[in-house]
Write a protein that binds this ligand. Structure first.
Ligand SMILES: Nc1nc2c(ncn2[C@@H]2O[C@H](COP(=O)(O)OP(=O)(O)OP(=O)(O)O)[C@@H](O)[C@H]2O)c(=O)[nH]1
Ligand SMILES: [Mg+2]
Length: 330
């Protein structure tokens, strides 16, 4: 199964030092101890969310620190507690301590919160050390330090968009153009032998694409690579069905869509019923392909896009459309 990984270091905040001060006022030269306690350090809290689907945030920033507690002050004033740091991670993330590989958390439900590293305790101010035998204590608590942990994050990626199509349709080419993934691309069928994942990152969202080996007619009978890889796209909310557009009229292109649909149905009726977007590829070798789009859309009764993975024409529209659909369900 395809995974996303990151290693991070977290450190909760140190507890603030207690104060050692004495009450001072005109005409009262020897006031009692009035040092307040230090504040507690901030916790590192991990929160599971369904709004993220990759660990991309943690590839970029590795060190995360919560704020320390503020020191205590005179006049019995407490130091403020350090603010907790909440790290949001996708549901499905497993968090291990690198040192001993122990699993510290397994994020399963949206909103689930875990204090992974508690902040240090604030130290006591000297006012707390006053006793019958010591009216002028100078001692104070230093506060306990925060906790530092090295963590490995591990997430089983679930793709948002499954790219399907016959061999050579241009699936891997598209993946390589839209993401940092570098799948093998070659002018012969069955270049892709293993599913590949790619991530499209935008400031506000990420999209995970899965490129799987080509499917051919008769896959259900074991032809080609069979349909063993279809299970990798079974959980994708949408399928991007690519068709080589370099040859054929609209009816022929639509027929190619239906042939693959029938293979999908033989594998799983659920998969066949999934929402599909049709992508006609190789626009660069056939500029009039654009004119066939409305007919292909009408024949297949599906939204149809056209692009070239070589010239790049139409790619941006594909990307925007996928991000939009997955983001808003629109
Ligand atoms: N001219 C042109 N060639 C393309 C385009 N997209 C892909 N190709 C070529 O078509 C061939 C197959 O591309 P791939 O991306 O490997 O196709 P695939 O669907 O992943 O194929 P399999 O992994 O075998 O299922 C390669 O020679 C690509 O260079 C395109 O938009 N225009
Ligand atoms: Mg491929």
């Amino acid at each position: 199964m395809l995974r996303d990984e990151a290693t991070i270091q977290v450190r909760s905040g140190d507890g603030g030092r207690g104060a050692a001060t004495f009450y001072r006022e005109k005409f009262i030269p020897e006031g009692g101890p009035d040092g307040g306690d230090g504040g507690d350090g901030g916790d590192i809290i991990i929160e599971a969310t369904t709004h993220l689907n990759t660990l991309a945030l943690y590839w970029r920033k590795r060190k995360w620190r919560a704020k320390p507690g503020e020191p205590g002050m005179g006049k019995q004033c407490y130091g403020k507690d350090g603010i907790d740091l909440v790290l949001k991670m996708p549901c499905g993330t497993i968090i291990r301590r690198i040192e001993d590989n122990e699993i510290l958390a397994d994020l399963t439900t949206d909103g689930q919160r875990i204090i992974i590293a508690a902040g240090g305790k604030g130290g006591k101010g000297n006012a707390r050390f006053k006793s019958s035998v010591n009216q002028v204590p100078k001692q104070f608590g230093p506060g306990t330090p925060g906790v530092e942990l090295n963590l490995r994050l591990d997430l089983k990626l679930i793709a948002d968009v499954g790219i399907i199509g016959f061999p050579n349709a241009g699936k891997s080419t598209l993946l390589s153009r839209l993401s940092a993934a570098r799948p093998k691309i070659a002018p012969y069928p069955f270049t892709t032998l293993e599913p590949q994942l790619g991530v499209i990152e935008r400031p506000d969202r990420t999209l995970v694409l899965a490129d799987i080996p080509g499917i051919i007619e008769g896959a259900a009978d074991g032809k080609g690579l069979g349909h063993q890889f279809l299970r990798h796209v079974e959980r994708c909310p949408i399928l991007l069905h690519l068709v080589d557009g370099s040859e054929g009229d609209a009816a022929e292109l639509a027929e190619r869509v239906f042939v693959l649909d029938r293979e999908l149905a033989r594998f799983s009726p659920e998969l066949a019923a999934k929402r599909q977007i049709i992508g006609l590829t190789k626009l660069d070798v056939r500029p009039d392909l654009v004119e066939l789009v409305p007919d292909v859309a009408a024949l297949t009764k599906r939204e149809t896009l056209v692009f070239s993975g070589v010239s790049g024409e139409g790619l941006r529209a594909v990307e925007d459309r996928l991000l939009h659909i997955v983001g808003d369900g629109g």
